[in-house]
Design a protein around this ligand. Structure first.
Ligand code: GLN
Length: 306
């Protein structure tokens, strides 16, 4: 801590001594500082923050190593570095994350979209393509940043969407992202817990959800960065399945016969999740693995003869 703060002040003290800080020199020092703090991807993080600040791509940074940085830029970069050194996720500092094919705005009010959640997008799109419905209705329960629904709507222009979230702040972020993707005119957002505020007669072809599924015991041992994400988006109660089980109850009324529910789960929950659907009028259950080979997504289809 002390070593880091000495190094940190040195990074900028020589500015006062009129030493020229260039992109190259600043990057070397910033990477050292982040490494000292035990940040595993220190190189990527230092570069990403600087490229956002200077509005240069990471490749352009490397062709601008001799570009001098002015005092204002140095101050701003210092503030970003301080936040990252305190464990704040990179994406909250830069303000965005890439997901599927798009850049989504993220704030500390929403979960940062993860690559494994792209499985939900792929499943929803494949299902929609298969059904060949003229204008299928998709519901994203707990929409957060809007990454899932935004990706589906952007890829398939005939799809209509509904997104729900109990967090009004999250819905504001989702709306910004959906507007930027130019899909907001095909979408409505509802501030409600799961599907409670949806009209009883509404039936969806696809329901996707990345519910909070971290169990209470795991909540205490989250990685420093994850612990700074909204608890409301992570905490799934004692066994992590509180919200998923609520959704399974509510979704029964809102899925068309032949419609699909796709949910993200924690790999340890797969057997319990399978039981939740048993004898409840679903078939064609699929369990999909993430890029690390862990069970991550469960899909079921509402039985047709209902
Ligand atoms: N993927 C998150 C994690 O690894 C959990 C997200 C969630 O609860 N839906 O902690």
């Amino acid at each position: 801590m002390i070593v880091a703060s000495i190094l940190f002040s040195r990074l900028f003290s020589s500015v006062m001594n009129r030493t020229k800080w260039t992109v190259g020199k600043v990057l070397v020092r910033a990477k050292e500082l982040l490494r000292e703090k035990g940040i595993s991807q220190h190189g990527r993080d230092a570069e990403e923050m600087l490229s956002v600040l200077l509005n240069l791509s990471r490749v352009e940074l490397y062709t601008s190593l001799d570009r001098p940085m002015n005092l204002e830029e140095l101050e701003e970069y210092k503030a970003m570095l301080r936040r990252r050194m305190a464990g704040e996720p990179l994406q909250y500092i830069t303000g965005f994350e890439w997901f599927w094919k798009h850049r989504f705005k993220v704030t500390p009010q929403v979960l940062i979209p993860r690559p494994e959640t792209e499985i939900l997008v792929a499943q929803a799109i494949a299902f929609i393509d298969d059904t060949k419905e003229p204008s299928p209705l998709v519901c994203d329960v707990g929409i957060g940043s809007g990454a899932i629904l935004g990706s589906v709507l952007a890829d398939r222009g005939h799809v209509l969407g509904v997104g729900t979230d109990v967090s009004y702040e999250a819905l504001k972020v989702a709306k910004e992202n959906l507007l930027r993707l130019k899909v907001m005119e095909r979408c409505s957002l509802v501030c409600t817990c799961l599907m409670r505020g949806i009209r009883p007669e509404e039936r969806f072809s696809v329901v996707v959800a990345n519910m909070p599924y971290v169990s209470s015991s795991e909540m205490g041992s989250l990685q420093r960065e994850v612990a700074m994400e909204p608890r409301i988006a992570l905490d799934g109660g004692p066994d992590g399945l509180f919200w998923i089980s609520q959704l399974v109850l509510q979704v029964a009324h809102h899925l068309k016969p032949g419609g699909m529910l796709a949910i993200e789960i924690s790999p340890q929950q797969v057997d319990k999740v399978k039981l939740l659907f048993k004898g409840k009028g679903y078939d064609g259950m699929k369990v999909l693995k993430d890029h690390l080979g862990r069970d991550r997504v469960v899909t079921v289809v509402r039985t047709k003869e209902r």
